[in-house]
Design a protein around this ligand. Sequence first.
Ligand code: NAD
Length: 321
Amino acid sequence: MSKQILVTGGAGFIGSHFIEALLQHKPTYHITNVDVLTYAGKIENMSGFTKHPNYRFISADIGDADQLLGAFDRTYDVIVHFAAETHVDRSIHNPMVFLETNILGTHNLLLAVLKGYAKKILYISTDEVYGSLGMKDVPFTEQSPLAANNPYSASKAGGDLLARSFYKTYQAPVIITRCSNNYGPRQDKEKLIPKIIANALTNKKIPLYGDGLQIRDWLYVTDHCRALTTIMEHGEIGEIYNIGGGNERTNLEITKQILNILGKDHDLINHVEDRKGHDRRYAINWGKIHKQLGWRPMVAFEDGLAETVQWYKSRLAQGGH
Ligand code: NAD
């Protein structure tokens, strides 16, 4: 069946993989990508599908309701809302743009749903809204309280709660997903894994916050996109779905693993002062999406990491950065 899908933030890391997969597997779907191309949104991320006949790109800032109106020249079956400011360090230095995009931008999209421009919206939230876990705590479930600890996660939690409130107050057709850390090709070079790879390849010191023993749960980006497609098609309105890899690693462990893949010395690691408000551990219980919708991660961490390293390596060899 033919469908109209509005993706926001499709020039970024996860959004571009999501669009690519949808165009590949769903030949009757038509995709509109709304993105304002911040430093994280890149033309080259979209190069695999720019010319696809079922795809169009609209340059608009989701924080600007008037700009956004141009995209609503049709009724969408679903909005998949990725667009966000996403870098925690940037949020610590300049929180305002995080509020404008992640909260006000989300509000503009929710209003569009209320006005009937879309039949459903998926709000792509993050496990960071739950805050930090102790080493012995059980992983976050969908019922865990939201306890964001930095301006990025607070702004995502703001959008998350606003989406929930539109469902509770106006019965807006909203679904919320909260995924753990993604990795894979096309992630912006400021993020942990790309930065480690780029520095290692050029024999530069790798700055690692504090003792490097912060734990994150890692999921390969295509596994996340598959979960989102499943939720988009079969998820229930008003529900929240955690998505995770069941793959907890310390930042130090990942850094050493990448250095090993590249055959580089561990003395490239340079411990620097810890990030302010740095969460110690994230871990996510993804039992609900597994039991109710049959999803589970498919890509083993070692394979995904090797593929990611290879991708950055060949990109750098071609003169990219
Ligand atoms: P990204 O930073 O790579 O991409 C964000 C995209 O949004 C970019 O293309 C950017 O140009 C666009 N954008 C930013 N502000 C905009 C605005 N005002 N109007 C229109 N477009 C705008 O982000 P990502 O890592 O792909 O993350 C996508 C979403 O998934 C985010 O909502 C993020 O919170 C969520 N998420 C990410 C992860 C992760 O590990 N990367 C994990 C869980 C959830």
